[in-house]
Design a protein around this ligand. Sequence first.
Ligand code: AMP
Length: 591
Amino acid sequence: MNILVVGSGGREHALVWKIAQNKAVKNLFCAPGNAGIAQNATCVDIKADDIDGLLSFALSEKIDLTVVGPEAPLAAGIVDIFEKKGLTVFGASKKAAQLEASKTFSKNLMIKYKIPTAQGQSFTNYDQAEKYIKSMAAPLVVKADGLAAGKGVLICNTEKEALNALTLILKDQAFGSAGARVVIEECLIGEEASFLALTDGKTVLALPSSQDHKRIFDNDEGPNTGGMGAYSPAPLVDSIMHDKIMNEVMIPTVNAMAAEGIPYKGILYAGLMIDRDKIKVLEFNARFGDPEAQPLLMRLKSDLVELMLACIDGTLDRHTMDIDDKAAVCLVMAAGGYPNSYAKGKVITGLDVAAKIKDVVVFHAGTQFKGKSVVTSGGRVLGVTALGETVEKTIDKAYKATAKITWDKAFYRKDIGQKALDRLNTPPKVGIVMGSDSDFAVMKETLVTLKKFGIPYEITVASAHRTPERACEFASTARTRGIRVIIAAAGQAAHLAGAMAAHTTLPVIGVPIDASSLNGLDALLSTVQMPPGVPVATVAIGKPGATNAGILAAQILGVSDPQIEKYLEDHKKDMAKSVTKKADALAAKLK
Ligand code: AMP
């Protein structure tokens, strides 16, 4: 098979590195590529936006599959042009790529199909946009509609800043035609995560979660860049959040595009803002992220070529994605001065030494050959990517490898992955123990509820009858791990909550599970009928009880935590609103 990869950055190096592992690949080309890519592919001197040049090359070299890395050729219609000539190409069509290339298109789609996003509107008229800004409370975000190399988003803390941003984009045309339209939206709070999936327009196969670092300096300070590092998995996106993202964002978006008559094939990348249990889409991209591609492709065990071909021919439902359990971390080494002006042509040393470290790959982004030396040729120069047992060990490995490489004024952030470590090291406040893993279907409701209140938890399985020592050990050591409330769930002769209450001074909430012919009444009685002196706060049987156990735990913690108390008040208001809405709907129906 002859394959052509279009692009020249770290993402394309990762793509080429992964594609080269497929045994069926005979000739692998990259246009235009870089010095690192040249180790795995033949670099061809054609620019990524020279679609005519790429087309003649693909036809003359009998390319069987073209893989498009960056957004610009996708938005310019490379996929449609190649397909018209009978070529096989992986990427979104011109119309589908609007999801990235037009923020108005994606905002309207999300509003129409109720995909969660920041409240906002799109304008071409200055006066109308000005009126909208004045009607919204600052902070606000003003965005150029089109592709602006990641620079077209202005976060405005005051109304005045928002009006200045509007003038800059619409009147001064600071981003050229990309700013002929603006999208103005509410400023979201939370933590960002990237969620990528492969899709053939019907089936959506998720890649693992990842997080990027957009700002140039440590602690997310300084101007935005193309990305200074990334890691995967992102602990922010646990399995509950993963399912929620798939069900509320990824699958609805692919279905929405199909319903609009614009089937979406290729990579769907959602940039998300996550606040406790709430997800909102910040942006969509129609391609792999850079640097997210580097850690993601290091973790992908399945063959990428087969997956891409399945996306193209609509057979992705026959595939699964095999992902390495290990963590991956990518550190971007940049030229001093980036993202503003920086020097090029600096000789890079230490590449060979770093490449010899096990489970480390140095992906090249802005490099070229000068004679036999590899020199810098861009702002982001390298993406040193490591694979390891834990996020902590992997960060360490990536920094050790990075320390082997240098050039005049090389620069990199020192805190890549810190957010993941902070989250992993946050002690749990609630400890949940289930008598059996089969109780998880019910107890998932407790986790969903705790997430709503931003409460960290720990969950495990221990049986009062089969592993009594384990259950007691959990209860007697819980306080030292930071746990303040224990929730115990069990079915049948449910002695778990009582046994745990006997071994701790922490409050214990018992959730009776419906796991026998007695419909959970057995579990209810054995949980609630505790002797005086050892109380178990018992909630309802099954899922309603699991939800209430989460709320009760939040209420216990809320007594001394004003933030949780505030979330509880919001929760009560939301519940009241939804009941009023139902009452109004019923009244309207009966009129
Ligand atoms: P975008 O290209 O739309 O993802 O915007 C680039 C970056 O701007 C995002 O990664 C966020 O850091 C930030 N951003 C975009 N939209 C918003 C928003 N509505 N609220 C807060 N931050 C935002």
